[in-house]
Design a protein around this ligand. Sequence first.
Ligand code: ZN
Length: 468
Amino acid sequence: MKNKGLYVVLFLLFALEIVLNICILFFPKLKLEGEAYQKVPVFEKHSFEGATVERFGKKIKGKIIEKSNVNFNKIGKYKIQYIYKYGIIPIQKTRTIKVVDEESPILTLKGEQEIILCPNAQYEEEGFTARDNYDGDITDKVKVTKRENQIFYTVKDSSKNKTQIVRTLKREDTEKPKITLKGKYTLYLNLNQTYHEEGYAVEDNCSQNLTDKVEITGNIDTSKVGVYKKKYTVKDESGNEDTVERTIIVRNPTKNSTCVGKAGVIYLTFDDGPNAMYTPVILDVLKKYNVKATFFVTMAGPDAFIKREHEEGHTVALHTASHNYKMVYSSVDGYFADLEKVQERVNKIIGIKPTIVRFPGGSSNTVSRNYSNGIMSILSYEVEKRGFIYHDWNISSGDAGGTTSPKGVYTNVISQLSKNCSNVILMHDIKKHTSLALEDIIQYGLKNGYIFEAITKETEPVHQTINN
Ligand code: ZN
């Protein structure tokens, strides 16, 4: 019988369990709507479905308290608790929220993604930036690795999202080097005068010190009158080549170098204009025969005819502004000041600064002796040094001297024409008889197989012997 008490205890415990089970059966249950575990991108505000209270599988009304510690702006694991109070007994459910960063950082290269480089050049990093939606500026986390001609930029954010970009280096050089000659590209030497090489310089986009690699070919025999060429050639490391030529003309100073240039070509040249009366007449005749000529102008006459000369395809060249021998031949500075004045006049009218010039009285004039001894020797050298080219003539029409009739001008000209040399004819577009003789001269030239041309920078100049 002493076991009776034990049986009672066991029975009571059993009964209590049954009662509890029945109670639990009657207890309401909390049910989450939606997933119990959810991932949310950082910075994205999000609302979650709630929870419901059920008893015997049926929804019942009830107040559910939600407790949440979710911070949408910070990566991490959070909980939302749903609490329903059944009397004094709380019934709970928990939802787990993970705020995550799954976005890759943005890598931006400074400079081009494909870079063209000289074959031997070192690539200097042009820079980059890396930004992440969560970590902000992570440029200092970028890893740069190089493999042959590729540069890899890699960056990972704190959530291990990775971005990689590749920069490609393309090595090529298609640009030619450039040779620049020092001194003149065309120069005149007197017979037996020594040729002095003034040198050259080379610029290249990829190679340095190419100046030492220039090869020069071409011989000059200054003991013989003639036209010689020196050829300067250079190649860069990629084989791009440049060639430049210098023309050296060896002439005999004791002889008039007046038989030069293109044989059988007539250069009609008109000095001292323009002139309101006769320049338009001359231009009309030239136009009628489509013949181009050269006008050595001064400050005289209307601008409109300089404009017309240019527009109709003639060469506008410079005589001097004043044509006053005392002003132009008293000093070198005086000459150039006068010349620049007329150059500026022409520039204002046609937008070109001519460099083709003719000395008043020609380079052989002796009148200049009255103002400065030896000035023509200096000026003939000095004009070329300053980038001008001077032209004399080898046929004088006599129109400014003794000849005053159209017939006389015509006869003077045609009697001197030559098929062996170029024919540079001195005329003046301020003379009536010249304007009247021109048509016959042109007709004669055309009939007899001459060619009319205007003087250009390429025209080999006729030079008279200098006498002062
Ligand atoms: Zn003149």
